[in-house]
Design a protein around this ligand. Structure first.
Ligand SMILES: *Cc1c(COP(=O)(O)O)cnc(C)c1O
Length: 365
């Protein structure tokens, strides 16, 4: 079976986790601090706050910015559902805006039309590791005086010019689930230059405690969104490899680009002037192709693929918000035609060949 994704774990990670286990210090210890400092340094923000998942990080950002009942947050319907759920957790309304058909990211012109008096924040997602048009989005945010939270869960290391994504908004969130470019098992990171946001997030992830160290004093109602020491230790080791991880994934994407360039009707991932951090390799099938059949027939050949991602506004969980098919035509067209191919660090040229030959065969049927 050629899997859709696979983590890249070395002996260093195994050794680092063993060391933590032997130390007896399994939470709120030196590994978390080491991981946070190294990650802040890598992204280029003053603070990094480790959390138990990317979703938890997004939730804390909404809470820290005071997003609540009656507020609207402008975001994309073409994302993993967590980027919209974090808005709903706080009783606010996700206001979806259609995407750009090439980059699959929020279209700034449509964001401009959607922003209004109730807008409390913008939440762009760097989808599949391709940077959003942050200069344009930041310009809108400045004019409306609303904060921007970047969902950079799929985009660790991506850059616009020489600036990394995650440094544009007031805060940004990275995620380390096993299919991401780097993993901690479960885990996430909030990055910010804002002292107050950092302090609030540190408190909120830790049951609302302040930094004075009184374990049974709670300044605010918080959560248990802490990142444990074993996960942080894996994160430290993965971050040491980040240049290799990203370069190797770029290599695999290059193999796919080469081998699929001449397949008629197939749309390959956009190549822009930004540096994409390769999270997944997603193609768009010709509109007359039955995607379910393609997935099934590839699966019969032991190749795992997935329609990626479904439109959030059409999910059953979002029925009560009043969104309907046809409201975001670009997103819906994209969501119904995308196919994520097997893609992971260390994937060999032979494996890419196998996938591409099988895909050609299935498309010719
Ligand atoms: C993975 C992901 C998240 C959530 O991360 P978890 O660590 O799985 O909670 C959020 N947003 C996007 C766009 C993601 O891809």
């Amino acid at each position: 079976m050629i899997p859709l994704a696979r983590p890249y774990i070395g002996e260093e990670e195994v050794e680092a986790v063993s060391e933590v286990l032997r130390s007896g210090r399994l939470s709120l210890g030196p590994k978390l601090q080491e991981f946070e400092e190294a990650f802040a340094d890598y992204v280029g923000t003053r603070h990094a706050v480790g959390v138990s998942s990317g979703t938890a990080g997004l939730h804390l950002c909404m809470r820290a910015l005071g997003v609540g009942e009656g507020d609207e947050v402008v975001t994309t319907p073409f994302s993993f559902i967590a980027s919209a759920n974090c808005i709903v957790y706080e009783g606010a309304r996700p206001v979806f805006v259609d995407i750009d058909e090439e980059t699959l990211n929020l279209d700034p012109d449509r964001v401009e039309e959607a922003v209004g008096e109730r807008t409390r924040a913008l939440l762009p997602v760097h989808i599949f590791g391709e940077p959003c048009d942050m200069p344009a989005l930041m310009d809108i945010a400045r004019r409306w005086e609303v904060p921007v939270v970047e969902d950079a869960a799929e985009a660790v290391g991506a850059t616009i010019g020489d600036r990394k994504v995650g440094t544009f908004g007031i805060a940004s969130v990275f995620a380390f689930y096993p299919n991401k470019q780097m993993t901690t098992g479960e885990g996430g990171m909030i990055c910010t230059d804002d002292d107050r946001v950092a302090e609030l997030c540190r408190s909120l992830r830790n049951q609302g405690r302040d930094d004075k160290g009184d374990w049974l004093r709670h300044e605010r109602v918080g959560f248990n969104y802490r990142l444990d020491e074993m996960s942080a230790a894996v994160g430290v080791e993965q971050l040491k490899r980040i240049d290799f991880l990203l370069e190797d994934r770029e290599r695999v994407a290059g193999f796919y680009d080469e081998r699929l360039a001449d397949v008629e009707g197939l749309v390959l991932p956009a190549r822009t002037s930004h540096y994409r951090s390769w999270f997944v390799y997603v193609v768009r099938l010709p509109s007359d192709v039955d995607r379910a059949r393609v997935i099934r027939e590839l699966d019969d050949r032991d190749i795992q693929t997935k329609g990626y991602l479904p439109a959030i506004h059409l999910q059953p969980a979002y029925r009560s918000f009043g969104y309907e098919p046809g409201m975001f035509p670009v997103c819906e067209r994209v969501a119904s035609s995308t196919l994520a191919l097997p893609f992971y660090t260390g994937m060999t040229a032979e494996e890419v060949d196998t996938v591409c030959e099988a895909l050609r065969g299935v498309l010719e049927d």
